[in-house]
Unconditional design. Structure first.
Length: 349
């Protein structure tokens, strides 16, 4: 083994720029500051973030969720649209914990890349901060990892972690759902962050460029539209109606067919009227240009419905009006019925 005493290597020589990482932190701090909320004891800069449980909860239950953005990131790289995927990252976790009635309290992110590009990373984290701000959730900490050789230049990966709290007596489980209850649907903002492996395949098959338009809107805007954040409107309606909301479903991977059963009691089914809403133009285009069967559409995509709300029939109109007042587009999708063991949990017809 030979020692070369003339060599004096640095971390920068190995591909890690500590100064760039420090600069990113300085850019992030004012973004995170806008997301602060009561309960934050220590945020960015420490080894661990600290948050005090809300004092108004008698029996607080913590609800946590984690997710990424999936292969939507490949389009972010190819189309250079980095400012929306951070919102996706937040939404996929906070919408998940919301369905159990939890208010998101704080969020942590993990950003990994081969070589840190300050402008790209700032765009991504700015989106994360915006998502947190829109959902009333504090961006309390995170990690930026520069790992030479692990990712190609210009690419990165994201993971997010949300923690919320709910009063134990107010946890939404779906166990009170019965035949005759009404299924409402809150409109999505697009494909959100699911089904993008198929979306990318269809875009490639149709030779679509980001600047090409569908109904006057560039594909880059349609396809990269961030996931809708349902936190504030759902919490507002929950506060108004409390136990009347029996079940909530975040329509993510698995689409309508695989997510709705997750909240249904045994021997119940959701019958959805496919004519209750119009398939948005993007999904119509994807189905036509990909030759995608109806069943596959329902199983892969949200098809324009991002959140399902199950309520008693006698309160359905009032709850629908409350969501509309919160700025949501609401559809009466169908109802809950009795189900035999050999029958499907979701019927869309």
């Amino acid at each position: 083994m030979t020692n070369n005493q003339s060599v004096s290597l640095t971390y920068r020589d190995a591909g890690v720029d500590i100064e760039a990482g420090d600069e990113l932190v300085s850019r992030i701090k004012p973004l995170a500051a806008r997301t602060m909320r009561p309960g934050v004891l220590a945020g960015l800069g420490g080894f661990g973030a600290m948050f005090e449980l809300p004092k108004d909860l008698k029996e607080p239950v913590l609800v946590s969720g984690t997710d990424g953005v999936g292969t939507k990131l490949r389009l972010a790289f190819e189309w250079q649209r980095h400012d929306t995927v951070g919102i996706d990252l937040v939404a996929m976790s906070v919408n998940d914990i919301l369905v159990q009635g939890a208010e998101p309290l704080y969020f942590l992110d993990y950003f990994a890349c081969g070589k840190l590009d300050l402008d790209t990373a700032t765009d991504v984290v700015a989106g994360i901060a915006k998502g947190c701000e829109l959902s009333g959730c504090a961006l309390i900490g995170g990690e930026t990892a520069e790992m030479p050789g692990m990712y190609p230049d210009g690419e990165y990966d994201l993971a997010g972690f949300a923690v919320g709290a709910v009063e134990k007596s107010k946890i939404i489980t779906g166990e009170t759902i019965v035949a005759g209850d009404v299924v409402l649907g809150l409109a999505s903002s697009g494909a959100h962050s699911n089904g993008y492996s198929l979306i990318r395949k269809i875009l490639k098959h149709a030779n679509v460029r980001p600047t090409d338009e569908l109904d006057g809107i560039p594909f880059v805007d349609l396809v990269m539209a961030p996931t809708r954040l349902y936190v504030k409107p759902v919490l507002a309606v929950l506060n108004q109606f409390e136990t009347a909301i029996k079940g909530l479903v975040h329509v993510t991977g698995g689409g309508l067919l695989e997510n709705i059963p997750r909240v249904l009691p045994k021997n119940t089914a959701a019958h959805i009227d496919r004519n209750a809403w119009t398939l948005p133009p993007l999904f119509q285009w994807l189905q036509e240009n990909g030759g995608v069967a109806d069943e596959e559409m329902w199983r892969v995509f949200n098809c324009g419905i991002g959140m399902i709300v199950v309520v008693p029939a006698e309160q359905a109109a009032a709850i629908q009006a409350a969501f509309t007042a919160q700025g949501e587009t609401v559809f009466t999708l169908g109802q809950i019925t009795q189900r035999k063991d050999d029958e499907p949990s979701v019927v869309i017809a």
